[in-house]
Design a protein around this ligand. Sequence first.
Ligand code: G3I
Length: 340
Amino acid sequence: LGMRHDLFIGTAVDMAALNDPADPQYRQLTASQFSTVTAENVMKWESLEPTRGVYNWGPADELIAFAKQNNQRVRGHVLVWHNQLPGWLTSGVADGSISTAELRDILKNHITNVVKHFKGKIWQWDVVNEAVSDPWDTPSTLHYKGFWAQHLGPDYVADAFRWARAADPKALLFYNDYNIEAFGSGDPANDKTQFVYDMAKQLLAAGVPIDGVGSQGHLGTQYGNFDTLQVAAALKKFADLGLATAFTEVDVRSQITEAMENGDSNEINPRLQASAANYSVLLQACLADRHCLSFTVWGFTDKYSWVPNWFGSEGLANIYDENYQPKRAYNLMKGDLIYS
Ligand code: G3I
């Protein structure tokens, strides 16, 4: 009772899969099961501008057209990140042919060009992604990490939001990161959620146009569960700053054992159950907070998941298996929506 029905449910979209004539089911489920979509890769800088000054808008424009056709909203991912940068940019900086002053101009132009190109078509932009270190990084004290902080200093974050706002005043501008599902879930002196919270607060106090914080939600069953109250409390703290929130990249992976590979259901089923429980916790917390605008899964089928490529022996992270059979997580999500 009192829950909402206006939550947007989304997925990251793999454009190769969407266009694969041998796999019509991927396109059909992407169109029918979701009310918002995110480009898994084709709006990243290396895809949009593989050669300096030569933009490749095709695949991203195709996703926008697909979304329009299916009455879906689009989350733009991502304007500023340290990964999937084009080679001309990273090598130019490395060999000194691109100076710091020029790099700042290049970033400003990139944000301006991309946001203007998609103006009016993007609901939420991930303006800055993963700018903050983790407690396991060196040094372990949380800090602004990666290519952009290293070359431009932390002020690039505020600049990026200002440039994005100027290019499309109506898009909602998000900071997006992982491991920020709850406060105090790790080392209290090194709490990444708190660091991001403090950053957002400072940005707002300085008049920087940030509208929301996206919590990616890449979880693993081997790390234990959050509970709904913990997650809801984090969403509320961000909302109390006046920010929107969203879950932007949810998946819940498991370690794959040899027995699981051989189909041992005694090992598989508890993982599927635990995965579903984690999906449900994030979804319930989001449903309970009207400032939480969308709940996006990072791909919906194990067939194309980034997880095995990245973690080797982990998988089973999505809500459909690799043969498009809905898993317990799918049923829980569906139930949550129907009965809420
Ligand atoms: O496009 C090339 C292709 O030409 C080549 O043949 C193939 C061979 O490896 O690689 C292809 O590029 C891969 C690309 O995905 C497209 O499939 C890259 O190697 C691979 O590294 C890249 O992985 C992506 C990853 O970001 C890279 O950082 C994943 O698909 C994508 O799911 C993942 O998404 C990120 C979010 O953007 C931010 N949050 C974390 C999340 C998971 O890492």
